[in-house]
Design a protein around this ligand. Structure first.
Ligand code: NI
Length: 176
């Protein structure tokens, strides 16, 4: 992947990159570290707590999280490379948003507890038993790597309730 970090920008629905299954990362190098740094910048700029590489136009299996959403707390930053989710348990419904869908909020049902395994920027494999917002966030972001959007995770009735907003986004994308 040779994309210059500075050229990365937030991609909005219905950009087709958001519906594409992302490729495994094969090398953890300075280029990847630069892209990850840029992803955090874009995430903070748009006041998010998680961002997946396809959301900045890069179809690779990487996402970043900082549940505080606060750039002054870099110790809370997490990077997940080639992540996998195991042992989903329970279920809970919470309201979610997504930076690729400005002004869309939807109640989404997801497993309450998951184990997430991934590689970090040093190339080491790690795993976290996640609950609460971390569990929800990693599931939302991992969906992005599979080209699955949160609007596809809700009942038809909820989808109908945001139809006009989606049409607005489609129109704006067509004009961009
Ligand atoms: Ni999202």
């Amino acid at each position: 992947m040779t994309t210059a970090p500075q050229s990365l920008r937030l991609r909005l629905y219905p950009d087709p990159v958001l519906r594409t299954r992302a490729s495994e990362v094969v090398s953890i190098d300075d280029d990847l570290r630069a892209r990850v740094k840029r992803m955090f910048e874009i995430m903070y700029q748009h006041r998010g707590i998680g961002l997946a590489a396809p959301q900045v136009g890069v179809s690779e299996r990487v996402f970043v999280v900082n549940l505080t959403g606060d750039r002054r707390q870099p110790g809370e930053e997490l990077v997940f490379i080639n992540p996998e989710i195991r042992d989903p348990r329970g279920e809970c419904v919470e309201e979610e948003g997504c930076l690729s869908f400005p002004d869309v909020r939807l109640d989404v049902a997801r497993p309450e507890l998951v184990r997430i395994e991934a590689t970090d920027l040093e190339g080491d494999r790690f795993s976290i038993d996640a609950d609460g917002w971390l569990a929800r966030c990693v599931q939302h972001e991992l969906d992005h790597l599979d080209g699955v959007l949160f609007v596809a995770r809700v009942p038809m009735q909820s989808r109908l309730s945001i139809r006009e907003r989606l049409q607005d986004l489609e129109r704006a994308y067509g004009e961009s």
